[in-house]
Ligand binder design. Structure first.
Ligand SMILES: Cc1cc2nc3c(=O)[nH]c(=O)nc-3n(C[C@H](O)[C@H](O)[C@H](O)COP(=O)(O)OP(=O)(O)OC[C@H]3O[C@@H](n4cnc5c(N)ncnc54)[C@H](O)[C@@H]3O)c2cc1C
Length: 425
């Protein structure tokens, strides 16, 4: 039995009504089953489901059990090093392959389930740098290889990335080009069966540990965007990794500069065609902006639970602070932000899974979640008073982590440019 939710229309028949099979045939297609009912996805905008399938709930439970038993012990501050053991456990469990096809070692769990799994990890795992670094690899390294790579490239790189045998990093930003990424200066000069790369990259997440770099460079003989090209560059082919860049949060995701000094890359390692770099970059950013903050939403959920229990326990003049309406409302605002961020994530994830364009929706989801995380971390600190400001409880750390979300994968300002452009401004 399929149900149609007409409540949004506020009609007298609001509530859950049976949908005729004819209506189903017109509106949706069968996607599977849930609690003995057939589940359809609509394509006419007439109905919408907000519950999860049995498979998705089972995945969430498995991820929760895994995170509690394997990822909960390590704290926030990790001296700018990747927790390799945690990475390997996540890879073995299948996190890196959640979205990707089984033929490459993935699980084809779907976009929504992948978002749910990452969110669930964020509710338990305090090594947020690890979650960020895993996400960065999934969306900005694995995804472009899957979408633009040759079968040989997928077998050589995507399979071991998913298995955890290789670590990958995405290298676009340069010391003099960040938001204006396409102004990059690194060059790739064709020399027979090789390209020779020169230049430097900065802010490269996971660079200190990475075995493989997705590097964007410019063909000197092709002007502007037509020259931008992507390459899969093995560390052993002459990439020099600088000393780790220390940053205010996400300590468990190490970052470094790269130096390319006559780095020779075989032509088979060009990702996509010559001049396809901008397209590959834009495509992977749309995926990354959709999903990169899923774990952060889990952190926000955990933070609310901790703040609620603290507000009930902490007494002022013998009464719990939760009794102050201003305190309760501040926590209510945290919950509003969490739910809004979550729905925006699911909507963008659904669009991407359905193969629909989501430039605006992924930008909205990312801007909102990033700014919500900062606002809620500030609220959590305020509500914990001096204990929130001290580093003992790890709450101030969530603020430092959250600030990064307003910068990576496009700053909030640049994403607002994308949103306003999509609105025709
Ligand atoms: C934690 C973290 C991880 C990262 N990981 C990677 C990675 O793995 N690979 C990689 O290549 N890069 C990575 N980056 C770099 C990131 O992509 C850039 O920092 C980001 O694109 C901004 O570029 P920028 O730092 O040069 O700032 P700039 O572009 O110089 O911007 C400075 C300020 O100007 C504003 N601004 C710039 N242009 C505009 C505009 N057109 N309109 C309005 N305001 C504007 C910005 O919003 C910002 O406030 C990472 C960054 C962080 C913080």
């Amino acid at each position: 039995m399929l149900y149609c939710d007409r409540s949004a229309a506020q009609t007298p028949c609001a509530g859950l009504l049976p949908l005729s099979s004819e209506r189903v045939r017109i509106c949706g297609r069968l996607r599977g089953s849930h609690q003995g009912r057939e589940v359809y996805s609509g394509n006419c905008g007439y109905f919408m489901r907000f519950d999860w399938t049995d498979e998705q709930l089972a995945l969430k439970k498995a991820v929760l059990d895994f995170a509690r038993s394997e990822l909960s012990r390590r704290g926030h501050e990790q001296d700018h090093k990747l927790w390799r053991e945690g990475w390997n456990k996540c890879a073995k469990f299948g996190i890196l392959g959640l979205f990707f096809p089984q033929i490459y070692g993935g699980h084809e769990a779907g976009g929504l389930a992948t978002a749910l799994a990452m969110e669930t990890l964020g509710t338990v795992c305090c090594d947020t740098g690890l979650l960020f670094a895993l996400s960065a690899q999934m969306w900005s390294v694995q995804m472009p290889i899957w979408r633009f790579g040759t079968d040989a490239q997928k077998r050589r790189y995507l399979v071991p990335l998913i298995a955890g045998d290789l670590i990958g990093a995405h290298a676009m930003s340069e010391p003099e080009s960040g938001s204006d990424a396409f102004s990059l200066r690194s060059t790739a000069q064709r020399a027979g069966d090789f390209y020779v790369l020169n230049g430097s990259k900065t802010f490269v997440t996971s660079a200190p540990e990475a075995d493989l770099f997705l590097i964007f460079a410019r063909l000197p003989d092709r002007p502007g965007l037509f020259g931008l090209t992507a390459f899969l560059v093995e560390r052993s082919s002459g990439v020099r990794v600088g000393t780790p860049i220390h940053k205010m949060g996400l300590q468990g995701a190490p970052m470094a500069e790269l130096y390319l000094d006559n780095c020779r890359v075989p032509k088979e390692n060009r990702l996509g065609g010559e001049g396809q770099g901008a397209r590959i970059f834009n495509d992977s950013m749309e995926w990354e902006r959709t999903y990169i903050l899923a774990w952060q939403i889990g952190v926000m959920e955990r933070q609310i639970a901790e703040t609620v229990s603290y507000a009930k326990e902490r007494k002022v003049n013998g009464k719990p602070i939760s009794g102050f309406q201003v305190v309760a409302h501040r926590i209510a605002d945290m919950e509003i932000r969490l739910e809004a961020a979550r729905l925006l994530l699911y909507r963008a994830a659904w669009l991407k899974t359905e193969g629909k364009a989501a430039a605006k929706e992924s930008a909205i989801a990312k801007v909102y979640a990033a700014e919500a995380a900062v606002a809620s971390a500030l609220d959590a600190i305020q509500l914990h008073g001096g204990y929130g400001y001290s580093s003992d409880l790890g709450i101030e750390c969530t603020l430092r982590d959250a600030v990064g979300g307003r910068i990576y994968s496009g700053t909030s300002e640049v994403l607002r440019n994308i949103i306003s452009h999509e609105l025709g401004l």
